[in-house]
Design a protein around this ligand. Structure first.
Ligand SMILES: [Zn+2]
Length: 256
C-alpha cells in the first residue's frame, strides 16, 4: 500500500482499495504491506547508498529546474551533505547516476534502453519535506517481497529506469517488467481522477472486469457480463494473450 504521504492519503483510501479488489474477486498473497510501516528499512538503504557515494544533497527549486526535458542538469552534484550551509527541510537527496545505458526487455513494449546520464538524470530519493521518494521505497519493497513480475501502465516507463538503476546499485535481482497501454479520453489524456474520469462501478463487478478485458484487447465474449466475477477472471486467465497488446501505448476509451 503506497501510503508514503500520510497527510494526502487517508486510511479510508486504503480500505476502499482493498474493498474494490475484493469486490472484483482479486486477492493477494500474505499480509498487506504498508509503506508507512517501512521507514526504518528505507533509512538503512539510504545510508548504504550514501556509503556507496551515490547520493548528494540538492537545494534546487522545482522552478529552477524547468526545461531540459525534466532531466536534472547536475547543478548540485558535487555538494556534500556535511556542508554547514545546508539546513534541514531545504534540500532533497538525489541519486547520482553514471554515464551508463540501462536496457531491459519489456513484456509488452519490447526492448527498451536509455542513457542514465543524458536521458534520465540524477533523481530524488528523499524529498525536501523528509518523505522518502516513491522510486526508492518501491525498489526496497519489491526486493523485500521477492516480486518477480511488475505489470503496470506505460505512464510509469520512465520510473522503471530509475528503479532498475537502484536495483543495480543495491545488488537486488531485477523483476520482469511489462508496461501495458493506458486508456485515454478523446483529448489523449490518461483516464484518472485528475481528469475527472468516473470511478469503477463496483455495483457491477463483472461488467467492470469485462470492460477491462475489452480494453486489454482480449476480445471477451459479451455473455461474460452475466457471470460471476470469479468466472470472468477464470476466462481471462485461460484466454490471456499478452501478445495482443504488443507495442500498444494507448487505448481510446471510445472503443467500448
Ligand atoms: Zn540541485
Amino acid at each position: 500500500m503506497e501510503d508514503l504521504d500520510p497527510p494526502r492519503e487517508s486510511p479510508e483510501a486504503a480500505k476502499e482499495i482493498l474493498l474494490s479488489l475484493e469486490t472484483l474477486n482479486l486477492y493477494w498473497d500474505g499480509e498487506v504491506l504498508y509503506q508507512s510501516s517501512r521507514h526504518n528499512d528505507y533509512h538503512d538503504v539510504l545510508i548504504q547508498l550514501q556509503r556507496q557515494e551515490c547520493v548528494f544533497p540538492c537545494t534546487c527549486s522545482r522552478q529552477s529546474l524547468q526545461g531540459n526535458a525534466g532531466i536534472y542538469p547536475g547543478k548540485c552534484r558535487n555538494r556534500q551533505q556535511a556542508d554547514p550551509d545546508l539546513k534541514p527541510g531545504e534540500y532533497a537527496l538525489r541519486c547520482k547516476v553514471s554515464n551508463l545505458t540501462m536496457a531491459f526487455n519489456d513484456l509488452v513494449q519490447g526492448r527498451q534502453s536509455k542513457n542514465m546520464d543524458k536521458e534520465v538524470g540524477d533523481f530524488i530519493i528523499k524529498r525536501k519535506d523528509g518523505l522518502y521518494a516513491y522510486q526508492l521505497a518501491v525498489v526496497i519493497d519489491d526486493a523485500f517481497q521477492e516480486i518477480t513480475h511488475i505489470i503496470r501502465g506505460i505512464d510509469l516507463m520512465d520510473s522503471t529506469y530509475k528503479q532498475i538503476y537502484l536495483q543495480m546499485l543495491l545488488n537486488y535481482s531485477r523483476p520482469v517488467y511489462g508496461h501495458i497501454p493506458v486508456i485515454v479520453n478523446n483529448q489523449g489524456q490518461k483516464l484518472s481522477k485528475q481528469h475527472h474520469a468516473p470511478p469503477l462501478n463496483l455495483a457491477r463487478p463483472s461488467e467492470a472486469l469485462y470492460q477491462a478485458l475489452v480494453y486489454l484487447q482480449q476480445s471477451p465474449p459479451v455473455e461474460l457480463i452475466s457471470h460471476k466475477p470469479s468466472d470472468v477472471l477464470l476466462w481471462a486467465v485461460e484466454n490471456w494473450r499478452i501478445g495482443k497488446l504488443q507495442n500498444l501505448q494507448q487505448i481510446n476509451e471510445a472503443i467500448l
